[in-house]
Design a protein around this ligand. Structure first.
Ligand SMILES: NC(=O)c1ccc[n+]([C@@H]2O[C@H](COP(=O)([O-])OP(=O)(O)OC[C@H]3O[C@@H](n4cnc5c(N)ncnc54)[C@H](O)[C@@H]3O)[C@@H](O)[C@H]2O)c1
Ligand SMILES: [Zn+2]
Length: 338
C-alpha cells in the first residue's frame, strides 16, 4: 500500500505502515515512548527497544496524576528538551502525551503513532490535548501540534472489535459533515468484516481525516466551524454521562440518529437521507435509540453546558455531506425534543 503524506498546516501526517517512515522521522534523536499497558502488551517486541513509559489505560486514568507520574519518570530518565516523546496508542495516550510534551520543561518535540480508529480519524490530529479533572472531560489542556503523526491501519488489526466500531461512528460523522462520497463508499461496502479490508480502511481513515483537517485549518480554536465536528456529541456526551452501557462511539451514533429525526421534523433534512443515515448506523451494529428518557438526556445536556460554561450549539444535518451549527437557548433545545 502506498504511503500518503496528508497536506496540512500543522504536522507531517502519514497514512502508512509505521516501519516505512518512523526511522527517518526520529533519525538520531533520543526517543522516549509513552504508551498504555494494552498497546505495550501487543507491540512489546518493538516498543521495548525504546526507553519507554507505560501508563494505565482508561478514561479514569486520563488525569493530572498520570501527567505528574510521567513528568517524574522523565526527570528520573534525565529527559531534556532535546528528547522526542513518541505517543503510541489511542486517543488517551495521544491526549496525555501531547499535554506532557507541551508542558514538560516548557515544551518538547513530540510525535504520535495513532493505533485506534478513533485516534486515527479524530484524536491524533487537530491540536487539542489535555486531561480530565474530577468528573469533567478535557478540563485541563492546551492547543499544541505534534511534529508528525503516523496513522498505521495495520495496527487496527489488534484493536478490540467494539473499539473499532466506536471509531466507525466518528467516520460516519465525518462523512455526514463533509464527504458524501465517503458515506456512499461505506454504504456500498458489502464485506461482512469491513475492518479487515485494509485497502478500504486506509481510504476511510484518509478521507475522514481530510474532513477534520479542512475544518480545523479554518477554525483551530473552535470559534465557529470546528463546532461542526460535534455532530451527535451534544446528546452523545449526555448519554455517556447517564449510563455506562455505551462507549463513546455508540453514544455518538445514538446522538446522530436523534438529531437526524429532529432535523426531519423541522424540515431541515429530508426523510430519505435521515433513513439512509440511520440504516447505515444500524448496519454497522449501532443502536439508534435508547431507553433513557429524553427528559433525563436534556437535563444532562443543560447541566453539562452550565458546568462547562459553553453555549448550546446543536449541529444539524441538512443533507449527507452538509451540516449546520444552530446556536440555541436551552428552552428551544428542549422544545426540539418534546
Ligand atoms: N484531542 C482530540 O481532538 C480528541 C478527539 C476525540 C477524542 N479524544 C479523546 O480520545 C480518547 C478516546 O480515544 P480512544 O477511543 O482511542 O481510546 P483509548 O486510547 O482508550 O483506546 C481504546 C482501547 O484500545 C486499546 N488500544 C488502542 N490501540 C490498540 C491497538 N492497536 N491494539 C490493541 N489495543 C489497542 C487501548 O489500550 C484502549 O483500551 C478520549 O479520552 C477522548 O477525549 C480526543
Ligand atoms: Zn467523538
Amino acid at each position: 500500500m502506498s504511503c500518503h503524506l496528508i497536506e496540512n498546516i500543522f504536522s507531517k501526517i502519514f497514512v502508512c505502515p509505521h516501519a516505512e517512515v518512523l526511522s527517518d522521522l526520529i533519525a538520531s534523536r533520543r526517543v522516549v515512548v509513552i504508551t498504555d499497558a494494552n498497546v505495550f502488551a501487543e507491540y512489546c517486541d518493538e516498543l521495548q527497544g525504546y526507553e519507554h513509559i507505560v501508563i494505565e489505560g482508561g478514561e479514569a486514568n486520563k488525569n493530572l496524576y498520570a501527567v505528574q507520574s510521567i513528568y517524574r519518570q522523565l526527570m528520573a530518565m534525565n529527559a531534556d528538551r532535546s528528547t522526542l516523546l513518541l505517543g503510541v496508542g489511542g486517543g488517551i495516550v495521544t491526549d496525555i502525551t501531547g499535554f506532557v510534551a507541551a508542558t514538560y520543561m516548557r515544551g518538547l518535540k513530540y510525535g504520535f503513532i495513532s493505533t485506534s480508529l478513533l485516534g486515527q480519524v479524530d484524536a491524533s490530529v487537530g491540536g487539542k490535548c489535555g486531561v480530565n479533572l474530577d468528573n469533567y472531560k478535557n478540563m485541563v489542556g492546551c492547543f499544541s501540534h505534534p511534529e508528525f503523526v503516523i496513522l498505521d491501519v495495520d495496527m487496527l488489526r489488534t484493536l478490540p472489535q467494539r473499539e473499532l466500531r466506536s471509531g466507525m461512528a466518528e467516520v460516519v460523522k465525518s462523512a455526514i459533515i463533509g464527504d458524501k462520497a465517503l458515506f456512499e463508499m461505506i454504504e456500498r461496502h458489502t464485506t461482512e468484516d469491513i475492518y479487515m479490508d485494509s485497502r478500504f480502511m486506509h481510504e476511510v481513515v484518509e478521507r475522514s481525516l481530510r474532513v477534520k483537517l479542512s475544518i480545523v485549518e479554518c477554525d483551530e480554536r473552535e470559534g465557529g466551524m470546528r463546532r461542526l465536528l460535534n455532530l451527535g456529541h451534544t446528546i452523545g456526551h449526555a448519554i455517556e454521562k447517564l449510563t455506562h452501557d455505551y462507549n463513546h462511539g455508540e453514544a455518538v451514533a445514538i446522538g446522530i440518529a436523534m438529531v437526524c429525526r429532529v432535523a426531519v421534523q423541522r424540515d431541515m433534512l429530508c426523510a430519505d437521507e435521515s433513513k439512509r443515515i440511520v440504516m447505515l448506523l444500524e448496519r454497522l451494529g449501532f443502536a439508534t435509540s435508547t431507553s433513557i428518557p429524553i427528559a433525563d438526556i436534556v437535563r444532562e445536556v443543560k447541566h453539562d453546558k452550565k458546568m462547562s460554561g459553553s453555549e448550546l450549539n446543536l449541529v444539524m444535518p441538512r443533507s449527507i455531506g452538509h451540516c449546520e451549527v444552530v446556536p440555541m437557548g436551552y428552552d428551544a433545545f428542549v422544545r426540539l425534543f418534546e
